[in-house]
Design a protein around this ligand. Structure first.
Ligand SMILES: [Zn+2]
Length: 436
C-alpha cells in the first residue's frame, strides 16, 4: 500500500503513518468487553452435550450479528457453537491465510451469572474492594502485575462472580481489530479467518472444529495474560491410571487371607518422591507427577495421575518411576498385583512451532512494533493452541491483559486490551511484508 508507492523515502513516513492510523482509531474493545461479559457463557464439565451449555451461543449469535454489521458477510454460527468468519484479503499477493481465535465460554470455578463489570478509571494503586462482597479485595501486594498498571483503566467484576476476561478480552480484541481492518481497507493484508470456540475451559474447545472449513494455515489464540507476552510453549501431558488388585475376605475371618488394596495404595503414595516432582514443589520449567484421584476397596484400588513436563521424553521417565515405585511397594504384599494404563493427553506446541519459526517470530515483531518488550513464558498447562498445533494449525498464544482468571478477583486493563488490538493489526501487516 502506501509504503510501496513512497519507495525509499518511506521509512520516516511509514513510522508516522502507523502511529497516525492507530491514534486515529477510537477503540471499541472496552465497550465490547463490558457488553460481552454480561452474557452468561459458563461451560459445564459434567455435561455430555456439545457445546456443553446452549447459553454459550447467546454470545456467539451477537458476535455473528456484529461481524455481519461490519461487512463480514460469511460470519455464521454452526450447530456445535463455533463462529467462523472471513475478512477478505486487501492485498493481491499470495499471503498465507491466518486465523485469530478466542473462546466464548467462562470457567465453572466461579459463577458467571449476572456479571456486573466495573471500570476503575485511572486506577490510583489502592486496593480495590468489590462492592457486592466487600470480603473480595484485589490487593496490589497479592497481584504484582497490577502494580505495573497504575494509571490504567482497570475493569473488575463486582464481587459475586468472575469477570470473564478469560477469554472475553480475547473475543473483544479480535472484534475490535476486525472492525478496524474492515474500516481501513487501505491496510494491506491477506485473508484473515476469525474463529470463536465454545468449551475451552473444559478442554473440549477444538473437539468439533472443522479445520478444513476454517481453511487457515496458521493461527493465534488471544488468551494470554500480561502485556507483551507471547506463549509458544506448553506442557506435554499424559495421564496414568494404576489399578491395584488385593485379595478381599470377610473382615471377621480375614486372618492370613486378606490383602487390602487400599493399604497398598496408601503405601505406594507414601513412597513417591517428596522433595520434588509435584505441583506443590515445582515451578518454571520443572515437570511433575501428580496424583489427582483415588478410589478403592480392599479388593481393588485405582490411583490416577497426571504427568507433565516441557520435554516430552521425560514423561517416559516419570512413567518408569511410577512403575518402579509400585513394584518396590507391592512385593511387601504377597498376593497383590497391579496394572498400568497410560494415555497421551496433549503435547508441547513448541514441537510444532519450531518447524514454523516465523509464526511466533512475526508475533514477537508485532508486539515490538506496538511498542512493548516481548515477554516469553512457558505455559504450565495446555491451551487450545497446543491441540490446534497438533491438528495441523500451528498456534501460539498472544496476551490480552486478562489476570487472576477463574476467580472473583479477575481483572483486566483497558489499555492492555487496546495494545493487543494494535498487535493484531501489526501482525496482519507483517505477514504481507514478510511472506509475499
Ligand atoms: Zn482462556
Amino acid at each position: 500500500m502506501v509504503y510501496k508507492s513512497f519507495g525509499i523515502l518511506s521509512a520516516f513516513i511509514v513510522v508516522n503513518l502507523r502511529k497516525f492510523f492507530l491514534m486515529n482509531h477510537s477503540f471499541s474493545v472496552a465497550d465490547r468487553f463490558m457488553r460481552y461479559v454480561q452474557i452468561d457463557t459458563q461451560s459445564d464439565p459434567h455435561s455430555n452435550s456439545f457445546p456443553s451449555t446452549e447459553k454459550q451461543k447467546d454470545l456467539s449469535r451477537i458476535l455473528v450479528n456484529e461481524l455481519i454489521e461490519m461487512g463480514i458477510s460469511d460470519a455464521h454460527l454452526d450447530d456445535w457453537g463455533y463462529v467462523y468468519a472471513t475478512i477478505p484479503a486487501t492485498s493481491n499477493k499470495n499471503v498465507p491465510v491466518i486465523c485469530f481465535c478466542a473462546h466464548v465460554d467462562t470457567s465453572s470455578d466461579s459463577s458467571g451469572t449476572g456479571v456486573k463489570p466495573l471500570i476503575h478509571n485511572k486506577w490510583n494503586g489502592e486496593a480495590i474492594t468489590l462492592p457486592d462482597d466487600p470480603t473480595q479485595v484485589i490487593r496490589p501486594d497479592d497481584h504484582p502485575y497490577l502494580k505495573e498498571r497504575i494509571g490504567d483503566d482497570i475493569i473488575t467484576a463486582s464481587g459475586k462472580t468472575l469477570l470473564g476476561a478469560d477469554d472475553k478480552a480475547g473475543v473483544a480484541i479480535i472484534m475490535d481489530a476486525a472492525s478496524y481492518l474492515m474500516r481501513n481497507p487501505e491496510i494491506a493484508h491477506g485473508t484473515i479467518k476469525i474463529l470463536f470456540t465454545p468449551d475451552e475451559e473444559i478442554g473440549r474447545g477444538v473437539e468439533k472444529l472443522d479445520i478444513q472449513k476454517l481453511g487457515a494455515s496458521y493461527a493465534y489464540t488471544l488468551d494470554g495474560s500480561e502485556r507483551g507476552s507471547l506463549e509458544d510453549e506448553t506442557f506435554s501431558a499424559d495421564g496414568i491410571t494404576i489399578t491395584i488388585n488385593g485379595i478381599s475376605a470377610h473382615p471377621g475371618f480375614a486372618k492370613g487371607k486378606m490383602v487390602n488394596a487400599v493399604k497398598v495404595a496408601g503405601a505406594f503414595l507414601e513412597a513417591l518422591p517428596k522433595l520434588g516432582l509435584s505441583p506443590e514443589t515445582t515451578t518454571d520449567r520443572e515437570g511433575f507427577i501428580h496424583p489427582v484421584h483415588i478410589q478403592g476397596t480392599a479388593e481393588s484400588a485405582v490411583v490416577s495421575f497426571i504427568l507433565r513436563d516441557f520435554v516430552t521424553g521425560r514423561l517416559d521417565d516419570y512413567a518408569i518411576l511410577l512403575e518402579k515405585t509400585i513394584q518396590s511397594v507391592i512385593i511387601n504384599y504377597p498376593g497383590a498385583s497391579y496394572s498400568i494404563e497410560r494415555k497421551e493427553q496433549y503435547r508441547n506446541m513448541k514441537e510444532v512451532l519450531d518447524q514454523h519459526p516465523m509464526v511466533a517470530a512475526y508475533a514477537e515483531e508485532a508486539i515490538r512494533r506496538a511498542g512493548m518488550p516481548v515477554r516469553k513464558l512457558p505455559v504450565r498447562g495446555g491451551t487450545d493452541g497446543s491441540r490446534l498445533s497438533f491438528m495441523g494449525l500451528p498456534c501460539p498464544n498472544i496476551f490480552t491483559g486478562e489476570m487472576a482468571f477463574h476467580s472473583k478477583l479477575e481483572y483486566v486493563s483497558v489499555q492492555d486490551m487496546e495494545k493487543a488490538v494494535e498487535v493484531v493489526v501489526e501482525l496482519v501487516k507483517i505477514w504481507v511484508e514478510k511472506e509475499s
